[in-house]
Design a protein around this ligand. Sequence first.
Ligand code: TXA
Ligand code: MG
Length: 325
Amino acid sequence: MIAEHAPAVTERLTPADLDRAAALLRAGALVAFPTETVYGLGADATDDAAVAAIFEAKARPRFNPLIIHVIDEAAARRLVRFDERAAQLAQRFWPGPLSLVLPRAADCPVSLLASAGLDSLALRIPAHPLPRALIRAVGRPIAAPSANRSGRVSPTTAEHVLDELDGRIAAVLDGGPCRVGIESTVLDLTGPRPRLLRPGGVGAEALEEAIGPLERGDATDAAAPRSPGMMESHYAPSLPLRLGATKAEPTEALLAFGPRAPRGAKEVRWLSRRGDLVEAAAHLFAALRALDRLEFSAIAVMPIPEHGLGLAINDRLRRAAAPRP
Ligand code: TXA
Ligand code: MG
């Protein structure tokens, strides 16, 4: 683990700043903040629209699952199912630069968009006092990817954040430079063998000391080079998806976009009636799950414009529609 000195919290930050940031987050706005690893772009993880706004601000061409930040292990246990390995690692490395991917709890309130529709959730308890105070003040789990534009490196100062996201976020809390400077280690505990998805602030050797050997890399292609955001597993409904649908069969469910939906489907769900892509992203995974029922022959999906968040929505829809092995 890379750990030297405590991070400096700049004197400019007052308790009033923290209260304001917490109020913004509770209202669904985006607030960037430092952690011991890198600066995160935070949103209320239980608010679909706020989570959609993260992807919009980062201009991400696809939806990657985000890391959810919580205050302590008890809060983590309300969101995911722990096992013995998770308990051991939490005891030893939390708070700190380790994210654990665990199965979502049945009543987990975190937005499905935050985990890109997956049944799992990546959780982390930051050690830095500033995000800790913020999470406590908000009283909800905070989704926070690194606070950079898509394709850029993770920011380690408040200036880096503003260079790329000024005008796209409500605020950034300046906590000075990040102590660790690289992202958290991401460890997948959803399978029988623990799998290292992303090397980071906690060394693989330290993890192996605690829970034994790790598998490296992606479940779908062990030979593929590992890098953040290259996670290949993704949500797929059990029904076939028919994309670009302008008509609907009477046996189909229809996923509609925009004010004019074709008639005749057995059931209709709107991504966004007013044709708003941020709203559509917010509803995407929940709507797909709601329509994924055996009483339908397929899910017909109306065309989604190929710009802004439409790129990420279409990327996910195409993956979900692709033939499966
Ligand atoms: O240090 C960090 O982890 C920073 C700070 C802000 O906490 N956050 C960060 O988040 O780096 P992000 O979104 O840039 O990286 C999240 C990584 C991605 O590689 C993603 O694929 C993986 O975590 N991930 C998140 N949820 C997952 C899940 N349910 N299953 C598998 N991988 C997941
Ligand atoms: Mg990142």
